[in-house]
Design a protein around this ligand. Structure first.
Ligand SMILES: [Zn+2]
Length: 412
């Protein structure tokens, strides 16, 4: 019998056992509070000593990998924020497939009908913070590894399957130090041929092959403070900024429309200036968020904004990049997309479609580093980051099965 058939039969014959194991894992993962917020927001989360504390989920993951007899490596900048990468198959072929899920979550927030850290089962759905972003997926890929091992199929994989639980996806600190995928790429701990990132939802209907980049910019106008009764003695920074805003609104972004991502966007989302009505304001700051498409760069955007500032008579401005990521887009006719389409059609009965996304996943860093990485995953992305987050148990089951099939299909 061919290997994929062996997997399909196993899932058919052991449905209830697999289901119970996945539910147990999700329940244990969700119970561990691995809330990731910027450090300055930590006081609002008294359960957290540090951001993330992903070690709590990693400990469960390592225990299970030991139990299943799957070797793994741990990479961590600090012990509390580890990345666990399990390795299966034959490493000598030089091909590898990374399947990572992140172990951190966003805060629970308000409005829950149940305890966000106690998984509750209702209508074949599991409710709880992290069930669909991204602890459910972690349970699915872990169970997939277990099953491949149990069926002796790990020796049939001609390449390395890396099943990973990673840290630090949901938030960053202003220092820019990353504890998850960027750390692993920078230190050269990972360099997979292929990667599937199960972190976009959309019920597996779309495959994310392109993502916009984000450039977050602050511009400050520098005037001169004076008494409000003698405005002629000062230079009004708010007037100066209002002239600049007019110029920015007229500015045309230089770009070429991308087949998947379309047009870039620019949003002026913040303005701040002045101390009191009886003071001529000395400073005014605006915040701009720009989503750029491949072909555009941070440098070019800054150059255009600088040209706007030069048009303001007697204007004095400071431009600061707060945060920046590059856009990426890969050829949608790649081996990973093809394998996903084939196996989804077999198991789910429909063919997912390659698309571009405005947001960012782990796929970005990996693609920019040369991996053929796509975002593709289970669940309803509208429940990500909101109250009453849930995942359908059948989605978790399907994803476990497809993870096995993808490994066998891509690494053969
Ligand atoms: Zn996520």
């Amino acid at each position: 019998m061919d290997n994929k058939k062996v997997v399909k039969n196993y899932f058919k014959e052991n449905h209830d056992d697999i289901r119970n194991e996945i539910i147990e894992l999700v329940t244990r993962f969700v119970k561990e509070k691995t809330v990731n917020v910027p450090t300055d927001q930590l006081p609002k989360h008294p359960d957290m000593k540090l951001r993330g504390e992903e070690f709590k989920v990693a400990d469960i993951l390592k225990g299970k990998l030991n139990e299943y007899g799957i070797p793994y490596k741990e990479y961590a900048r600090i012990p509390e924020r580890p990345n666990i990468i399990a390795s299966m198959g034959n490493k000598n072929t030089g091909k590898s497939l990374l399947m990572p899920a992140h172990m951190d979550v966003v805060p629970a927030g308000d409005g829950w009908d149940t305890d966000p850290y106690e998984v509750s089962l209702k209508d074949e759905k599991l409710y709880g913070r992290g069930t669909s972003d991204n602890k459910g997926q972690l349970a699915s890929i872990l169970v997939a590894g277990k099953i491949l091992k149990k069926l002796g199929l790990d020796s049939q994989i001609n390449g390395e399957l890396q099943i990973a639980g990673l840290s630090d996806e949901e938030a960053g600190d202003p220092d820019g130090v990353d504890y998850g995928i960027e750390y692993l790429i920078e230190e050269n701990f990972i360099d997979p041929t292929y990667a599937v990132i199960p972190d976009i939802g959309e019920y597996m209907k779309t495959i994310d092959v392109a993502e916009k980049g984000r450039v977050s910019i602050e511009i400050t106008s520098i005037g001169k403070q004076a008494h409000g009764s003698t405005p002629n003695r000062g230079v009004n920074a708010i007037y100066m900024m209002s002239s600049l805003i007019e110029e920015i609104r007229k500015m045309k972004l230089e770009y070429k429309e991308h087949p998947m991502l379309g047009h870039p966007t620019m949003n002026l989302g913040m303005i701040n200036g002045g101390a009191a009505t009886n003071i001529v304001p000395g400073k005014c700051t605006i915040g701009i968020d720009c989503r750029i498409v491949p072909g555009m760069s941070e440098e070019q955007l800054i150059k255009q904004l600088k040209e706007c500032t030069e048009k303001i008579e007697n204007g004095k401005f400071e431009i600061k990049v707060i945060d920046s990521s590059r856009p990426h887009g890969i050829d949608p006719d790649n081996a990973v997309v093809e394998a996903i389409k084939r196996n989804a059609t077999e198991i789910l009965g429909f063919e997912p479609e390659p698309m571009g996304m405005g947001g960012g996943t782990y796929a970005k860093g990996l693609c920019l580093n040369g991996t053929i990485a796509v975002g593709w995953g289970i669940g309803n992305d509208e429940t990500f980051h909101v109250a009453n987050e849930y995942i359908e148990i059948e989605q978790l089951m399907s994803f476990a099965q497809i993870t096995c099939l993808l490994a066998l299909d891509l690494l053969k």
